[in-house]
Unconditional design. Structure first.
Length: 208
């Protein structure tokens, strides 16, 4: 199932989502068109063994790795998910809280991948975006996600869509699919679902 859009628009301009998408594309352009990609990826990817050997010298890679991608398909897929699901979560948290939540989700995802999934260099925004997905399933379980199911666009409740997505990550991690940080996805998703309540702004209702 590939998500096309959700029927859950909230009255907010998601400036943090817009800014994150812009920064990711600027980093991609810089990496692949303005400098040596190998040097950038080597210097700014998160490598668990390097981090645990020298946390004070490698802490920045927890954050820089979130803005690096390995291919155009990699960045387009990640940014599409952030575009669809991020605005609603930002609306419930507010701009500043959402930014902190996003970055924290990426850090949790990196640690989860490093501790469970091996020592390969890690890049990509998918860990942080997985935290956003975890928040979304808690906040909007009944929201409809129009998705391509085969060749047909169908409305799927977020609880089913994102639950299926999470189970797919578990299944693929067990299958040993190379080159994808599935444990970062799982860790980010769990972290986001558990932490979301600490970041949302309480909703206020007018008396009738």
């Amino acid at each position: 199932m590939f998500p096309l859009y959700d029927l859950n628009r909230l009255p907010i301009r998601p400036v943090v989502v817009y800014s994150l998408i812009l920064l990711n594309f600027l980093a991609f352009i810089y990496t692949y068109f303005l400098t040596d990609p190998a040097q950038v990826l080597s210097a700014y990817a998160f490598v668990p063994s390097r981090f645990f050997a020298d946390p004070s010298g490698q802490w920045a890679t927890l954050f820089t790795s979130m803005f690096l991608h390995g291919s155009i398909a990699h960045i387009l897929g990640n940014m599409w998910f952030l575009w669809i699901f991020g605005d609603n979560v930002e609306a419930r948290m507010g701009h500043g809280r959402f930014l902190v939540f996003y970055l924290l989700g990426g850090v949790i995802a990196a640690f989860f991948q490093g501790l469970i999934g091996g020592d390969a260099p890690m890049i990509g925004a998918s860990g942080a975006i997985s935290a956003v997905l975890g928040a979304y399933i808690v906040l909007f379980p009944r929201a409809l996600i129009f998705s391509l199911v085969g060749f047909f666009p169908l409305p799927v409740p977020a609880l089913i869509y994102l639950g299926y997505w999470a189970l797919l990550q578990l299944w693929q991690s067990a299958g040993g699919v190379p080159g994808i940080a599935f444990w970062a996805h799982i860790g980010g998703f769990i972290g986001g679902a558990l932490l979301v309540r600490f970041f949302i702004v309480p909703q206020r209702y007018r008396r009738p």
